[in-house]
Design a protein around this ligand. Structure first.
Ligand code: COA
Length: 204
């Protein structure tokens, strides 16, 4: 087994490609229908808006050679969604257009998310205005990196005087849900096809 000396650090613009690569390794449920476009859309929805609009809230776990995990998000989801629509979407939309009709394939679903950022405005978690995404490369899990990344993100929120954070996992992501429980997040009932968790910004 390889021994790693990990560090958690603020991301720089040089980390962008590594972060996108890590994000794309999180396979969509129906990998058989995933395409190169799926990867581009995945990054356009779940990575690039954060790198563009809230770069000071991106942290990476570095194994001494490259980032092997990241956390990113925003301190204020409503403001983020407004800026996404006004500043981010006009740049990206011509390259990744929205199809017509009901979204059925993964590409169509990701494209719908890309063009409808208001899906992030959820009444059930509005008392917890920040949100985050955390992801590690396979092979670097269960070493405490997820905990350290989220702890660093929560510290940064507290420094900004943000009081609460929410996130979503896939309904079948049992490991991810156990992780957030272990970090003191609470599950919130919501009539949506995902599991939602909230937490205050006390130190982890
Ligand atoms: C979820 C994820 C971020 C957890 O990161 P990690 O570095 O593996 O987790 P840690 O080592 O910091 O775990 C902290 C605690 O969480 C719990 N935990 C973490 N992963 C778990 C799992 N798969 N099953 C059960 N408990 C788990 C444990 O209590 C663990 O403490 P322990 O290792 O002392 O038992 C990582 O597995 C990952 O990137 N998964 C894929 C992407 C994902 O699911 N992201 C979350 C949805 S946004």
């Amino acid at each position: 087994m390889t021994n790693h000396t990990y560090s958690i650090r603020a991301a720089t613009t040089d980390d962008a490609d590594a972060i996108r690569e890590i994000a794309c390794l999180a396979e969509p449920e129906d990998a058989a229908t995933a395409t190169e476009l799926t990867a581009a859309l995945n990054c356009a929805v779940f990575v690039d808006p954060y790198l563009t609009l809230d770069p000071d809230l991106v942290f990476v776990a570095d194994d001494g050679t490259r980032p092997v995990g990241y956390v990113l998000g925003t301190g204020d989801t409503p403001t983020f969604v407004g800026r996404y629509r006004a500043e981010y979407l006009p740049e990206v939309a011509p390259r990744l257009p929205l199809g017509e009709g009901e979204p059925i394939t993964w590409d169509e679903k990701f494209a719908w998310l890309l063009h409808n950022p208001e899906y992030m405005l959820l009444e059930d978690v509005s008392a917890y205005p920040a949100h985050l995404h955390v992801n590690l490369l396979p092979g670097h899990t269960r070493a405490g990196l997820g905990r350290e990344l989220v702890a660093r993100f929560v510290d940064a929120l507290r420094e900004r005087r943000v009081g609460g954070v929410h996130l979503a996992t896939a309904l079948d992501n049992i490991g991810g849900q156990a992780f957030f429980h272990a970090l003191g997040f609470q599950h919130v009932e919501a009539d949506l096809p995902a599991s939602f968790f909230v937490r205050d910004t006390a130190p982890i």
